[in-house]
Write a protein that binds this ligand. Structure first.
Ligand code: UD1
Length: 343
């Protein structure tokens, strides 16, 4: 299939592009490069061994989005584009609601006009909010999030459900990511956060490589294995494979819309992840314990059984592989995607 990957230059999008090529699909990237780098394209083509079509496009702009569908037919859309920093969404909610909701509405609108009915959407485990216990199942209800970023995912899931119900033949997979980490084993593609990383593994990586002095552990007085927060870390290459599994399953879906958790079903504490990273890198990761971070949960991990039963997909890569691949990426690319490529 010819698959439009919005946000295809970003962290999850770029790994998904590679997974699509490997599976014999033809990805077409659309990205506005607001939080990604053009340098990723050369790297993607190096790893994939084929040219990859890429368009710079603002998906909140109907005309620009229309153009993507006009040149050649699109068979399906994987919609990864969106703003995703929780803290930023609290200070700039207008921007988050406008960008994430309007771009999704525009993509859906243009899909409808062009008769494209297959959609895979990047949602997040953040839709489960704080009121459900782990393991988190897809039927948990109600969905709510404590921050505007998460709320955009809740609203978009609802919007797409209504759209799919009203338009004949639509098939929509809502992929609820747990905590994507790691990098492609080539060391050429990985996460390239701008500024101070918000998330744990990229922060640990920058401490290990000497770019930052120490990690602050956000609280060690939770009721968890060692007092620090537990999360379901999933290797981004497994996550990318989950997108292809969902795409390939769409036509066989018996409902218009289906949500799938993409997680491992296991949880790892902050300190366990620090230790694993130290083993993978051979470096020490100094840390101090600070107060809890607002809005954090003690524990969050997936019940991944639906994706296994219906998509035939499960995560296979271990925490050690996640750390080893992150470390290779971090070491090879001290300045992220703008680092010089080794010959
Ligand atoms: C966060 C977002 C979630 C988003 C996900 C993307 C919140 C409340 N949730 O999830 O919406 O989809 O990122 O991966 O922000 N930690 C530290 N020190 C740090 C950073 C993190 O101790 O410097 C701890 C946190 O307290 C938490 C764990 O590490 O226990 C994971 O944090 P993080 O990587 O930010 O992910 P989440 O908070 O689970």
């Amino acid at each position: 299939m010819r698959v439009l990957v919005t946000g295809g230059a970003g962290y999850v999008g770029s790994h998904t592009v590679l997974a699509l090529v490997e599976a014999g699909h033809t990805p077409v990237i659309a990205d506005n490069f607001s939080n990604s780098s053009r340098g990723v394209l050369e790297r993607l083509e190096l790893v994939a061994g084929v040219p990859i079509e890429c368009h710079e496009a603002e998906l909140t702009d109907v005309e620009a989005t229309e153009r993507l569908f006009r040149v050649e037919p699109i068979d399906a859309v994987i919609h990864c584009a969106g703003l995703k920093a929780v803290g930023e969404s609290v200070s700039a909610p207008l921007e988050y609601y406008r960008n994430n909701l309007v771009s999704t509405l525009t993509v859906a609108d243009v899909m409808a006009r062009h008769g494209v009915r297959r959609l895979v959407f990047s949602s997040s485990a953040t839709v489960y909010g704080a009121s459900h216990a782990s393991p988190l199942g897809e039927d948990s209800w109600p969905l709510e999030s404590s921050n505007p970023y998460g709320q955009t995912k809740v609203i978009i899931e609802r919007m797409l459900t209504d759209i799919a119900a009203a338009h004949v033949g639509w098939k929509v997979a809502l992929l609820r990511y747990f905590n994507p980490v790691g990098a492609h084993s080539s060391g050429l593609i990985g996460e390239d956060p701008r500024g101070i990383p918000n998330n744990l593994m990229p922060f640990i990586a920058q401490v290990a490589v000497g770019r930052r002095d120490r990690l602050t552990v956000h609280g060690d007085d939770y009721e968890t294995i060692d007092g620090t927060g537990e999360r379901d870390y999933i290797h981004v290459v497994d996550l990318a494979a989950g997108h292809v599994a969902a795409l390939d399953h769409l036509d066989a879906m018996t409902t218009d819309v289906r949500a799938f958790n993409l997680g491992t079903g296991a949880s790892t504490s902050v300190l366990q992840l620090v230790r694993a990273y130290e083993r993978a890198s051979g470096r020490t990761v100094p840390y101090t314990v600070g107060p809890r971070r607002d809005g954090d949960l003690a524990v969050a991990y997936a019940d991944p059984s639906r994706a296994r039963a219906e998509l035939g997909w499960m995560a296979t890569r271990s925490i050690d592989e996640m750390c080893a691949d992150s470390w290779r990426w971090q070491q090879n690319n001290p300045s992220g995607m703008s680092s010089r490529l080794a010959n």
